[in-house]
Design a protein. Structure first.
Length: 325
């Protein structure tokens, strides 16, 4: 029996993912993402054997058809590896083919933090005709800007979690639903309590919290209307909060506690050095930045230095200088 993708394959594969302790794809949201990838694989493989050779053809086809980027293709590779293990367990004649399959190298994208002025501009920009909706979204962005919280923490913020001058965030994605208290201006806390519609502060029907995906779309729309050209999403406010505070001199330990990170190394990944601060530091401490240095000055100093260290060797310093420059 050959390995093929069909509707019944997904049923067994889904159960495998749910119980696969090695890959921990037991979260419902993750399984939905895997199913989306599987549904894209299925049309290509419905009349073909699932093999390494055919999968290479699929990647080439996907890149040519949709101009898919390496990051997207990596999601297919991850699912293919899981399918490979699944077929090895369920089909006697099947042997592992993807165990050494390499993913495309990840390109680390540099996040550009927002300035305080840009965040305030996004918060104050209205995209709805309804003043209450505009007030709700303005307040949501304001809290993101003031606390650097996760968007899911803010979406699930309950009225009872808002106190006189602080709020209690719950990280719903953590194993134990960890909570932390974050100080907030008294006026902002008062507005949050007044805005609360039912159990949740940010709710449009009084029953369910606002969806984080909806928040992303609205914030993206607000940023576009405000004329902010940087890439804006909900999470960039968290990066901007930590980065701006650190560049202003805030303690990394305090920022870790405010952000709700378990390890300080996680907080460090949110730091983005300010270019003006870099320039000032280099100008103050690096000898070559203290004055304008030409290439000829650099060559002359390098020549003088090398004359001293190669004077007693069998090599001519002139040849070394020529090789370097």
């Amino acid at each position: 029996m050959i390995a093929q993708l069909n509707p019944s394959t997904w049923d067994g594969f889904s159960i495998y993912l749910k119980n696969d302790r090695k890959n921990l794809v037991r979260n419902g949201e993750l399984r939905r993402q895997v199913k989306s990838v599987y549904n894209n694989l299925y049309p290509f493989f419905q009349d073909k054997e699932f093999s390494r050779e055919n999968f290479n053809l699929f990647l080439d086809w996907k890149r040519a058809k949709d101009n898919s980027k390496d990051e997207t293709l990596n999601s297919y590779i991850k699912v293919a590896k899981n399918l490979d293990r699944y077929f090895a367990l369920t089909l006697t004649a099947y042997s592992l083919q993807f165990i050494d399959y390499k993913e495309f190298p990840k390109v680390k994208k540099r996040k550009v933090p927002l300035t305080y002025e840009e965040m305030e501009l996004i918060a104050s920009t209205h995209v709805y005709s309804d003043p209450i909706s505009n007030k709700r979204w303005q307040l949501l962005v304001t809290v993101l800007m003031l606390t650097g919280c996760r968007i899911t923490e803010l979406c699930y913020l309950e009225k009872d979690m808002v106190d006189y001058d602080f709020i209690t965030f719950t990280n719903i994605k953590a194993r134990n639903s960890e909570t932390r208290e974050v100080v907030l201006p008294i006026e902002v806390c008062r507005q949050l309590k007044e805005l609360a519609n039912g159990k949740y502060v940010f709710s449009f029907d009084g029953k369910r919290p606002v969806n984080d995906r909806s928040a992303y779309e609205v914030i993206k729309h607000k940023a576009s209307k405000a004329g902010v050209t940087k890439k804006v999403n909900c999470h960039i406010f968290r990066h901007s909060f930590v980065s701006n505070m650190a560049n202003s001199g805030a303690s990394i330990v305090d920022l870790r506690d405010i952000a709700g990170h378990d390890n300080i190394s996680t907080t460090n990944t949110y730091l983005h050095s300010d270019m003006n601060k870099q320039r000032a530091t280099l100008t103050a401490y690096h000898p070559l930045y203290k004055k304008d240095v030409t290439l000829e000055d650099t060559r002359r100093k390098a020549t003088e230095y090398l004359e001293q260290i190669v004077d007693h060797t069998r090599f001519s310093y002139k040849l070394i200088i020529k090789e370097i420059f």
